[in-house]
Design a protein around this ligand. Structure first.
Ligand SMILES: Cc1cc2nc3c(=O)[nH]c(=O)nc-3n(C[C@H](O)[C@H](O)[C@H](O)COP(=O)(O)OP(=O)(O)OC[C@H]3O[C@@H](n4cnc5c(N)ncnc54)[C@H](O)[C@@H]3O)c2cc1C
Length: 470
């Protein structure tokens, strides 16, 4: 039996740990935050102290691949999510009234997901993990230990050191320390090359308020969960136990809209948007919570075809994290966790091959989603900032990929199959390049888009919003 150490007991660290334990490994999770798992989801929401996860009480949504992967690899976690009150949500429920063809299609069940508030999700994951792996809460790691190089003089990690000075050995160390993981500095400290790192501030600020239903019934979704207005967006996410979150997303370069952090102004804006106003019909269970400074960051641990170190890999947000408006972090993290467990199963006895295979699995399965996500972020923030600064919007792109993407955003509002095609991309089921390669897809998008105009969601224009805030 091999000993595997997971650094970080967040959703992805614990999920990776459980999948590996199921393969027969002896897995220990070291988590810096000391508080034990609370006794109930409500206690988790009210009182669980999770300083290591800044976004712990921010809005979270799980895309359909989470439901499918949990069903295959961690069915007990899926059951625990249901027991904790998480709900099944049909991504097709947001199909607009302009689509009259409501006939179900074969395979529609791929759009079903299970979701809830982050503390509830983490409570369910952590409750199951307690019985499967050793989770040491209050164990903060501060550096790596090394042993004899396994290949070509490359530093080989053989364990970690905690801030209490304890040294713990392992056959493999997995970094799941989240978006603030300090791994590149730790690698440098053991003489390794720094990994490739790309990072940029996504430029968004999030103002969120959670509500609870007064009747137990959930409000209907009258438009997409993420709706773009000219200089702001709404992200409206269903939660567990009759709750939901309403998030206003603005640009961090927009000082005037920062007034919307004030609950009075925030409420006035939502109330002024006909497809969203009904989401105020509940009891607020939080103030308006704000979050900004979220970076998109990607790391690669094979440089010039050589791993920077062996005996260690990175998974989830510590590998790459994205701006949360597309709500993809846990979905991509779980895909990464499953791929990591496969690579470990095949190559645990060959550290050099394990590092290379982990890199190639990551680059094939998850990096394309990271790239897709930051492309969407960059395009959106550029549009919003151009409007704020009074610059003309970027000229219509001559890139045919961008033109087809624009055409799809129009066509999906009028055609049931094109709606599903767009929903597959938004739900992390298929990459744009896969969808567009389907026979006849591009022609159909162009044809449907050519007979319809883009429709903006109803709500105040920027000028109207500025006068509301004056
Ligand atoms: C505002 C916001 C909203 C988001 N919304 C969504 C969403 O809707 N859907 C979605 O899927 N994702 C969302 N995400 C992303 C999601 O939160 C992350 O992808 C997810 O938390 C990653 O899980 P993880 O286990 O990799 O890291 P984390 O959850 O960050 O866990 C890392 C853990 O490592 C521990 N740790 C750190 N350093 C040490 C150390 N030295 N020693 C021991 N332990 C350590 C921390 O205490 C923490 O528990 C959002 C993110 C933000 C910022």
């Amino acid at each position: 039996m091999s000993a595997i150490l997971i650094l970080g007991g967040g959703v992805i660290g614990l999920s990776t740990a459980m999948i590996l334990a199921r393969q027969g490994h002896s897995v220990t999770v070291l988590e810096r935050d000391s508080e034990p798992v609370p006794g109930s989801p409500e206690e988790a929401w009210q009182a669980w102290e999770r300083r290591g996860v800044a976004q712990f009480r921010q809005p979270h949504f799980l895309h359909p691949p989470v439901s499918r992967l949990l069903g295959v690899y961690l069915p007990d976690v899926k059951e625990a999510l249901v027991r904790a009150g998480c709900i099944t949500f049909d991504r097709l429920a947001t199909m607009p009234p302009s689509i009259t063809d409501r006939t179900p299609r074969e395979g529609d069940e791929r759009f079903l997901t299970i979701t809830g508030r982050r503390p509830t999700i983490e409570y369910a994951v952590a409750s199951v993990a307690k019985g499967l792996v050793t989770v040491r809460r209050g164990a903060a790691v501060e550096g790596l230990r090394t042993g004899r190089s396994a290949a070509n003089g490359i530093p080989h990690v053989t364990g970690v050191r905690t801030i209490d000075g304890e040294e713990i050995s392992a056959d493999l160390v997995i970094d799941a320390m989240g978006r603030r993981s300090n791994l590149p500095n730790w690698l440098e400290a053991i003489g390794a090359r720094r990994p490739i790192e790309e990072a940029e501030d996504s430029g968004f600020i999030y103002y969120t308020r959670f509500f609870r239903s007064r009747t137990g019934a959930m409000p209907p979704y009258r438009t997409e969960l993420l709706t773009y207005f000219d200089s702001f967006s709404f992200l409206t996410l269903p939660g567990d136990a009759g709750t939901w979150g309403v998030t206003l997303v603005i640009s961090s370069s927009d000082p005037v809209l920062k007034k919307l952090r004030n609950p009075k102004q925030w409420t006035a804006l939502i109330a002024a948007c006909p497809l969203h106003a009904h989401l105020l019909d509940g009891d607020p269970i939080t103030d308006v919570l704000s979050m900004g400074g979220t970076i998109d960051r990607y790391r690669r641990f094979v440089v010039d075809d050589v791993p920077v170190a062996t005996g260690i890999v990175s998974v989830g947000d510590s590998w790459a994290c994205t701006n949360p408006s597309l709500g993809r972090g846990i979905t991509l993290g779980l895909m990464h966790a499953v791929g990591t467990a496969e690579v470990v199963q095949q190559h645990l006895d060959d550290p050099f091959q394990l590092a290379l295979s982990h890199d190639s699995m990551t680059e094939t399965r998850v990096t394309p989603w990271y790239r897709n996500t930051i492309e969407i972020d960059r395009k959106r923030i550029a549009q919003v900032n151009a409007l704020i600064e009074g610059r003309p919007a970027a000229p219509q792109s001559t890139d045919s990929r961008a033109q087809i993407a624009n055409a799809l955003s129009v066509a999906m509002m009028h055609d049931a199959d094109l709606y599903r095609a767009a929903a597959e991309m938004r739900s992390v089921l298929a990459l744009p390049q896969e969808v567009m390669a389907r026979p006849g897809m591009v022609d159909r998008i162009v044809e449907v888009a050519s007979t319809h105009e883009a429709v903006n969601p109803p709500g105040p224009s920027r000028e109207e919003l500025l006068s509301m805030l004056a």
